[in-house]
Each structure stands twice: as C-alpha cells, then as structure tokens.
Design a protein around this ligand. Sequence first.
Ligand code: NAD
Length: 330
Amino acid sequence: MKKIAFYDTKPYDKIWFGELNTKYDIEYFESKLNEKTAVLANGFDGVIAFVNDEINAKAIDVLYDGGVKVIAMRCAGYNNVDMKAALNRIRIVRVPAYSPHAVAEHTMALLLTLNRKIHRAYIRTRDFNFSLTGLMGFDLYGKTVGVIGTGKIGKVFIDICKGFGMKVLAYDPYPSDIPDVKYVDLDTLLSESDIISLHCPLTEETKHILDEDAFSKIKHGAVVINTSRGELIDSHALLKALNNETLFGAALDVYEEESDFFFEDFSNTIVKDDTLSLLMSRPNTIITSHQGFFTREAMQKIAEITLQNLDDFFEVRKLQNEVCYRCANL
Ligand code: NAD
C-alpha cells in the first residue's frame, strides 16, 4: 500500500477520507505542512495538503529528498505551493471544483447577516434586549452587486443575486457570456456597486486588488465581501475605509494573515494580530474562519476527487487535475 501523509488534519477531515479510502495507508498529522514539518513525510509516497500549509521551496526539497512524489491539494487554490521548486520533481494535483454552491451560498449568508445585522440581533435577543436601534439594513432588491471574477463560484453567486432582483456588474479579464450581466472595468465596478464581492484567484496581479486606491474609488456606503483569498484585500486599507465610514461594512471568510489563526481555537489566548483584533471589534465587520467550502457535499467531493487524483498518479494515468509551472513544456 502506498503511504500518504495527511497534513493539517481536523476530525471532520477523517469522515469522508476514512469512509472512501480503500487503497492507501494514510497517516493523519495535525501539524500544518511547512519546511519544519515536511520531515514527517520521510518515507511516504505522497502528501495530502490544504490551503494554509506553507509548501515553499525548502518544504519541497525535504519532501522530495524523503521520497514524496505527489502532493494532492485537497482544495482548489494552490497559491501556497512553490510551483517552480516542484517542477520536474514532485507532481501537484488539486480539486479544481467541488461545490461552487457551498462558497457562493456562504457569500450570500455573509451579505444577509451583515446587512440585516443578524449577528447583533442574535446576541441582543438572547439577553432579552428587543430594541431595533442600530439594526436597520437595506433592501437587496434593485441594488447593484459588483462581482470580481466570474468563474465557477462567481457565476453561482450571480445567479443567487439575480434571484434577489439585484443588478449585476462584473469584472474579469476573461469574460463569459452571462445573461443580464454587464462587464465593466474595475474602476467602474468599484464606483457603481452597492455590494462588491471577490471571486477571483490570488495571483501576483490580484494581490491587494482592493488597496487604498481602490477603497478611495468605492461607492460610499458599499459592502465588501471576500470569500476568495485574504491577500486580495490590503487589511490596513480596509480598516482605514471602515474607520472613515466609507463602507456600510465588510464580511470576510478569508484574511491576509489567516494561516496563523484560522481553523484553530485561540479563545484562551491573547491574539497578537492588532489588525485582526481591530477588524473583529467593528460592529459592521463579520469574519468567518475560511468556512465557505464547509458543507457535507463539498467535503465528500473533496475526498472523492483527491483520492481519484492519487489513483491517477499511482496508476500512471493522465493527471486531469494537475497544476504545474510551465505545464505545457513538460
Ligand atoms: P475559477 O477559476 O472558476 O474562477 C476564477 C475567475 O477569476 C476566472 O473567471 C478568472 O478569469 C477570474 N480572474 C482571474 N484573474 C482575474 C483578475 N485579475 N481580476 C478579476 N478576475 C480574474 O475559480 P472558482 O472555483 O470560482 O474559485 C474562485 C476563488 O474562490 C478561488 O481562487 C479560491 O481562492 C476561492 N475559494 C474559496 C473557498 C472558501 O472556502 N472560502 C473555497 C474554494 C475557493
């Protein structure tokens, strides 16, 4: 049996992998994969990794020297993998799509919660405080949503928004033909949207796509939602926009420095990230811990496709879900 090291394991990860795996000897490690913990995979044939693992060149060297031949990302994004370092040494596969509905529905859940202040109402009524002061929201019907990135998740989110009677503007360098969606340049989207939602990948080009300059162009009173990747937003610039009361609010499922915190319990600790603490303290900011993907359906699909990716590699079939640096030249 091929030996697989599974990093950053949480109890819920084992549900579907445990049920569906019949071919591999999987060892589950709680540690994240990074240059220090890569040594745990010495003697293993493959690795299953996740969004906040730090798979830099040093980690890849250690994995490669230890005999690892494939890294199966159990997620869509692979911005945390040094692709150049892996080239011609370790193959990288991923799960390009598992449930765009899971993330798009979470995006709408965040928007509805933030707008109608459900997070505050829930706490108030538990304390028998039935006052409505400060809880006023706005109708989504007739408002303009600006969607940055109209791939799988962006498209589902657009469908959901249309169901609410919203108008849709979009920005994407590779536009699709989507009925009743008007593609515009980024500045127009920023200045005309009541709600801005990020659904593009993190690349060198999109890093800090919402920076101080972008926030200065955003329509006064707009909502910003990020369920994509934390580094798409410059957190200091976001904090400034919240402090200036430029925004109605912000809802984040991802955060620039999330790898230090997300998926873990810090409730008994003093968290020393002042930006995160300040964002948390704003009544008009909601932060969830990268849980957009977290539905039963998505978790099952992630396990199915990850195991299929490993089968394709070890049974020497074409890797449908391979990502690599200069794939075309291999
Ligand atoms: P996708 O590849 O189907 O779509 C991405 C879209 O972004 C494409 O249409 C692409 O053309 C567009 N794009 C590329 N560069 C752009 C740019 N500079 N400006 C605007 N658009 C640009 O990906 P997807 O499945 O829709 O996922 C989108 C992102 O969602 C992923 O990259 C990932 O970061 C994030 N995600 C988050 C979670 C979560 O749990 N919160 C789960 C899965 C994915």
